[in-house]
Write a protein that binds this ligand. Structure first.
Ligand code: ARG
Length: 559
């Protein structure tokens, strides 16, 4: 399509004599009604230059313009000149659909760190983590596909005063056996109990502060317990990541940066950025309409922003990133805006390479998610239910399927991933079991099912021969046009850090494929017609399969 528009732009330029080809190229639109043409040139801009009404210009131009070979005819419609692409041209286009080299090389030589998922350890993975995990993973895939080198970072929340509480609680009420038996849920249990009892027993809070202090100073017993909590948590998270097919290149969490923070505090002080505020050290950001960034608490302990600054400096040194992307809920937007500003004030020009990618909050039954009130859904429960449902549907429909369990996992996970990546990321969503486990309509399983349908056609008709001279029908043309959009959509998803662009595109593409599938038989067709349809099915399968993978869903060859 690019070449056709290029040729048309020259034709318009030479027929009118008042507009340059590159300007004409930018004006082309797509007629909303495909029966009125494939490409539209609006004549409104020319109206001033030629001192004629647009409709007259369109009319005259239709008689004088020299049409390129790919264009069958041109028709004036209300100030537009509409062009009809010759159907045989689409057949030619089909051959070049698989070439994505420009897109795949667009990020060559560039590095992106993507910080995502990053749960606070000793807590179970729940609905609130779905956004960062799925969006982050899709972005990782998209950047990689576009040629970027990606470092996927799981910045575990594995440091802070809560570990003082956990160590105390563990020593009083738990044991290795209990944790071995129940996993992270045991840690959640004792943590909740500690907070509850501390409400009436202030000495507990003091004990927790002392324990964290000892941990920071390297107390061997406490470090051993802390390491154990980290290991147990990671083991559980890994199961979920494995199920989701997600991998990280680094698990350097908050604890990794503890010894790198004093230097940052010193640097801030030397650069004259630190101010005392009621005993705490802060960076004043009032000139930028933001509250001060907290660097050191009154007792000298460091804070979340301090650690993020130290981590960003370390990553810049270690990876020399061109972008460092952070995927978190929009609730943390101010935190990122503040410390990005501090990095800029420190004089680092790479502050402009830091990107926060926020997403909306997830609620359940209209209420905030909170383990304290029990309004929580664990991710492993959700995945288990989705997989179970997929399994029972397969049992009903295709009990003899070869890799039944694997397929059920692919579909169950697909349903959950799709649900997380369907809406524009910033939208707040209220979780519903019904829509998360729905396999009908706009859902992940529908996309995977459509992909499997194309695979099945190609198993029956694996080889496409020559299709020269074939003139495609309207459904075939609509599908080809849809497939030509792939590169643009992926580039847009990357630019906007918005995987839902691909989700929506894949839905539309599957819609166009199903329309073609129902109107245009492949197995029963013959000769050039069949060959063309086989090629088109293969092109759809490749594009849809790539989209599934970019989103973090699996290709399902047979369902
Ligand atoms: N652990 C944090 C949380 O659960 C998210 C960390 C995001 N990444 C970062 N570099 N701050 O809220």
């Amino acid at each position: 399509m690019k070449d056709v528009k290029q040729e048309l732009a020259y034709a318009v330029a030479s027929a009118t004599g008042v507009i340059a080809a590159e300007d004409a190229l930018r004006l082309f639109e797509t007629p909303p009604d495909p029966s009125k043409g494939d490409i539209a040139f609006p004549c409104f801009r020319l109206s001033k230059l030629l001192r004629k009404p647009p409709a007259v210009i369109a009319q005259e131009l239709s008689g004088t313009i020299g049409l390129p070979d790919a264009i069958e005819k041109a028709e004036p419609v209300n100030g537009y000149l509409n062009f009809f692409v010759r159907p045989s041209y689409y057949a030619q286009m089909l051959a070049s659909l698989g070439d994505h080299s420009a897109l795949c090389e667009s990020g060559k030589g560039k590095t992106a760190c993507i910080d995502f998922s990053s749960p606070n350890i000793a807590k179970k993975f729940h609905l609130g983590h779905i956004g960062t995990t799925m969006i982050g993973n899709a972005l990782r895939n998209i950047f990689e596909y576009c040629g970027w080198k990606v470092i996927a970072i799981n910045y575990l929340g594995d440091w802070g005063t809560s570990f003082g509480k956990l160590i105390c609680a563990y020593k009083m009420w738990s044991s290795r056996e209990a944790i071995e038996r129940n996993g992270v849920i045991e840690l959640e249990r004792i943590y909740a109990r500690f907070n509850k009892e501390a409400q009436t027993d202030e000495s507990l809070n003091q004990a927790a502060r002392d324990a964290f202090c000892a941990l920071e100073q390297g107390n061997e017993e406490y470090r051993e317990i802390w390491r154990y909590f980290r290991e147990i948590s990671l083991k559980e998270y890994m199961k979920t990541y494995d199920l989701l097919g997600i991998k990280f290149d680094s698990y350097n969490g908050e604890s990794f940066y503890t010894d790198k923070m004093p230097a940052v505090v010193e640097e801030l002080r030397e650069k004259g950025l630190l101010k005392l505020d009621d005993g705490a050290s802060v960076v004043d950001l009032s000139a930028y309409d933001m509250p001060p960034a907290l660097i050191l608490k009154r007792d000298g302990s460091t804070l979340y922003p301090t650690r993020d600054i130290a981590a960003a400096k370390w990553r810049k040194q270690e990876y020399d990133f061109d972008k460092c992307i952070y995927v978190t809920s929009a609730g943390q937007s101010l935190h990122f805006a503040q410390w990005f500003k501090v990095v800029e004030l420190m004089g680092y020009d790479w502050a402009s390479e830091l990107v926060h990618v926020p997403y909306g909050t997830m609620s359940f039954g209209g209420e905030k998610l909170a383990s304290r009130t029990g309004n929580i859904i664990y991710l492993d429960d959700l995945l288990a239910q989705a997989i179970e449902k997929a399994e029972s549907i397969i049992d009903e429909k295709n009990a003899d399927l070869k890799d039944k369990h694997e397929t059920a996992v692919a579909i169950g996970v697909g349903a959950v991933v799709f649900n997380a990546l369907f809406n524009a990321r910033i939208k707040d969503v209220d979780f519903s079991w019904d829509s998360a486990l729905s396999f009908e309509g706009n859902t992940g399983p529908y996309l995977q099912y459509t992909y499997a349908r194309a695979s099945s056609v190609l198993r029956k008709c694996p080889d496409a021969g020559d299709c020269a001279g074939y003139s495609p029908n309207a459904d075939e043309i609509a599908l080809i046009k849809q497939l030509t959009l792939f590169d643009n959509k992926v580039a847009q998803a990357l630019e906007q850090y918005e995987p839902s662009v691909i989700t929506r595109y894949l839905l539309d593409t599957c819609g166009a494929y199903n329309q073609f599938y129902h109107s245009s038989p492949v197995v029963r067709a013959e000769g050039a017609e069949q060959n063309f349809r086989i090629s088109l099915t293969a092109a759809f399968r490749e594009t849809a399969g790539k989209c599934l993978e970019l989103l973090g869903m699996r290709r399902t060859e047979e369902i």
